[in-house]
Design a protein around this ligand. Structure first.
Ligand SMILES: [Zn+2]
Ligand SMILES: [Zn+2]
Length: 130
């Protein structure tokens, strides 16, 4: 599979009323100039319109999931809930190794093991709200 799936969407200019086609790759907010009158048209591409594997645009800033609280040696828990399918940055409290996680499931306790020092960080996730 290629990473460069491009979709062609039809949008209408809110200034001159004419429609035009735009090419998009990821879900997200877009701002394009109308080819007819050069008005800047803003629109949002939802993840339903974007190809499924393109739900997360790489240019989005990845937030930190939360502060890991120590439970016992080599085990930390993040109280904040992640959202299923969203990428987060987690910093290992023992060695400062930066890891990225994408919660795959809601309701369960999910664990990420630090590759460098073996510390386990546990967290939970919730389903995204529509
Ligand atoms: Zn226009
Ligand atoms: Zn570590």
């Amino acid at each position: 599979m290629s990473n460069s799936e491009i979709m062609v969407l039809k949008r209408q200019c809110d200034s001159c009323g004419k429609s035009f086609k735009v090419k998009v790759k990821n879900a997200g907010r877009y701002r394009v100039a109308c080819p007819h009158c050069k008005n800047m048209v803003r629109f949002v591409v939802t993840k339903d319109e974007a190809p499924a594997k393109m739900v997360i645009a790489p240019r989005f800033i990845v937030p930190e999931l939360g502060h890991p609280e120590k439970v016992k040696d080599k085990l930390y828990v993040i109280k904040k809930r992640g959202i299923v399918g969203h990428p987060y940055k987690v910093v290992c409290p023992d060695c400062n190794n930066e890891m990225s996680i994408i919660p795959p499931e809601a309701g369960k306790v999910l664990r990420t093991r630090c590759e460098k020092c073996g510390t386990i960080i546990a967290y939970k996730a919730v389903e995204p709200k529509e």
